[in-house]
Design a protein around this ligand. Structure first.
Ligand SMILES: [Zn+2]
Length: 400
């Protein structure tokens, strides 16, 4: 199916549903199974340590994070926002009819977030846009380019760079080739590691890494590297991806997870190629060696306990196996779920699924700023986004 055909029928019904969460015990079993012989054993943790109580976050987090405690020198900060899904449309609802979508107001939410970031006492180093910047409905109304221009013009008001991630709605509106040549390609912001050619990403997927502050590396991943969305139907890659999808999803409607043992195998999701995972492994190896801390960004989440399982990347286990074989990763930011979610995995990686702008009422907000300290990162959420404290793994906490 070409992007044009896909677009002409509008965005697919949203079959996401709750109730697919793995229980804690299932998650632990998954962790142990994935750990295998290659990676360290999961660190035993008290359940209470996995997610700090909301009250305790609020107690210590105020609008002046530089005054937290004696061991809390603010190094830098960055903004996060997800699933803006702007369209010039009346409000609507998700597929289940239980979540209102504010298509027009999402642009005002974005404007509010930008005004906030622009007036923070210390400007964030950058903003991470976690994908689905305009809604798939734009394609149906032939408004894709106009809506994208409107949103990008709004982003131009931002005083700091923005890194754009690509989600399924990007591919409902545009082909991969179009995106590569658009303003949504922010690969020009990448940093390169001299004398380490293995850390240079391939042009076959949209991923890169950058260093906004010494010893902190951010990696932007392409969760639709394996996907039937945005790919030319005549290409071998399309056939390969369709085969993977059909092998795991016998439904005639490939956007439906009905009856699937692995409900993430739906058309509106995608996955990471082995080539991209090999590259990720090389970058993380470099970061381990150089005692860097790493933040990973992807439209699709990869940790079942932080996400509705229908929203996970196809081969989320492969991505977790790579990440868990390194000690440098602090947190993994994703969008796509709209409801948000959080869990710290057994290896101390904090998985944050940000609440989506599109399902945020006009009287609320959905964005955040992450303040980075020598021993932790602190997400100060606005509106629907809760505060989070993300302590580094013990062996990584005292390098400053
Ligand atoms: Zn999405």
């Amino acid at each position: 199916m070409t992007a044009a055909v896909r677009a002409s029928s509008g965005p697919p019904p949203d079959f996401r549903r709750r109730g697919h969460f793995l229980r804690k015990s299932q998650g632990a079993a998954l962790s142990a199974r994935l750990a295998g012989g290659e990676v360290a054993q999961p660190v035993a943790r008290e359940p209470a340590a996995a997610e700090p109580a909301r009250e305790s976050c609020l107690e210590v987090m105020d609008d002046k994070p530089g005054t937290l405690s004696e061991n809390s020198e603010l190094l830098f900060s960055f903004g996060v926002i997800a699933d803006i899904q702007y369209a010039d449309l009346e409000d609507g609802y998700n597929f289940q009819g239980n979540r209102r979508r504010y298509y027009r107001h999402s642009l005002l939410h974005l404007r509010g977030a930008i005004e906030h970031w622009n007036t923070e006492g210390r400007l964030p180093c950058c903003v991470l846009q976690l994908g689905d910047i305009i809604d798939g409905y734009n394609a149906q109304y032939k408004a894709s380019e106009k809506s994208l221009e409107l949103v990008m013009n709004t982003f131009q008001m931002l005083k700091v760079p923005v890194h754009h991630t690509w989600g399924n709605h990007e591919f409902y509106n545009f082909s991969r080739n179009y995106l590569m040549n658009s303003k949504l390609n922010t690969k020009f912001l990448e940093d390169q590691i001299v004398h380490h050619p293995e850390t240079v990403p391939s042009e076959d997927y949209y991923a890169y890494h950058f260093v906004p502050f010494p010893h902190f590396r951010f990696i932007l991943l392409d969760a639709y590297d394996l996907s039937v969305l945005g790919v030319d139907q005549s290409s071998p890659k399309y056939q390969q991806c369709l085969k993977i999808l059909r092998e795991h999803n016998p439904n005639s409607e490939l956007n439906s997870p009905q009856g699937l043992s692995e409900p993430q195998f739906v058309q509106f999701n995608g996955g990471f190629s082995q080539e991209q995972l090999n590259w990720l492994n090389e970058v993380l190896t470099f970061s381990d060696t150089n005692q860097e801390k790493v933040v990973i960004v992807s439209h699709l989440p990869i940790y079942p306990e932080a996400s509705d399982s229908v929203c996970l990347a196809w081969n989320y286990r492969d991505a977790l196996a790579v990440i868990w074989s390194h000690k440098c990763v602090v947190c993994f930011f994703a969008g796509h779920t709209h409801d948000g979610g959080y869990s710290e995995d057994p290896f101390g990686v904090h998985h944050i699924n940000l609440e989506g702008v599109i399902e945020t009422a006009p009287d609320s907000q959905a964005f955040g700023t992450v303040y980075v300290y020598p021993d932790k990162m602190m997400l100060k959420g606005r509106g629907r986004v809760p505060d989070r404290i993300m302590n580094y793994k013990k062996e990584n906490a005292s390098q400053f």
